[in-house]
Structures are given as C-alpha cells and as structure tokens.
Design a protein. Structure first.
Length: 109
C-alpha cells in the first residue's frame, strides 16, 4: 500500500491489484487481467465500518493512468476532497509500476 497526500492535505491509500488477487467488496472477487490501481480515502482507514485501507473510492486499469499522463484526477465529483494532483497521479503510477515488477518477481521466483 502507498499513500499520497493532495494539495489540500487529504490522504489517499493506493493499492495494486494483480491477476489472482482478491478485490471488491470484502475482497470477494478474484482479479483476472491487466493490473488495476485502487484509491481509498485514508481518513477512514481502520475505522470500524471500513477496513485497513479506508473508504474505497475508485479503481482504474493501471495502463489507463499511464498513458497519457493526466493533469490530475477527480476520483468522484460528488466529494470535493477526492481530487488528486498531477504529482499525486505520477507518484501513484510510479509506485504501482515498481510494485507490479516487484510482485511479479516474487510470484515467479
């Protein structure tokens, strides 16, 4: 898990989901396909009604955020604080790319 802080001081946890990983509500699904990147509102991490990651906001294919590099990302228009800066997106994608390589090395021995 990786954490980014936007220009307003709001923190977001970032997760990479690879083929074979559990994801979705209560991790009840198994991912098959291209790597995903998920964003969670870290304010709610470890709060009783949420899990260690926080409140789930959204999920994207990693490749969607890689090309072209975005100017920023509005994770959900109905919640003003759920905005990431260009730097947040770049940092998240850079971390996710490294995490994918690291995890694939571990899985493939």
């Amino acid at each position: 898990m990786y954490t980014v802080t936007n220009d307003k001081g709001d923190k977001f946890n970032v997760i990479v989901v690879l083929t074979g990983d559990s994801y979705g509500l209560e991790d009840c699904l198994t991912h098959e396909g291209e790597p995903l990147i998920e964003f969670y509102d870290a304010e709610y991490a470890n709060v009783k009604s949420w899990d260690y990651r926080g409140q789930f906001i959204g999920r994207y294919y990693l490749k969607t955020l890689q090309e072209p590099r975005l100017a920023g990302l509005n994770l959900y228009g109905g919640e003003p604080k759920w905005n990431l800066t260009k730097g947040n997106v770049l940092d998240s994608v850079d971390w996710a790319e490294k995490e994918v390589v690291r995890e694939l090395r571990v899985r493939n021995g």
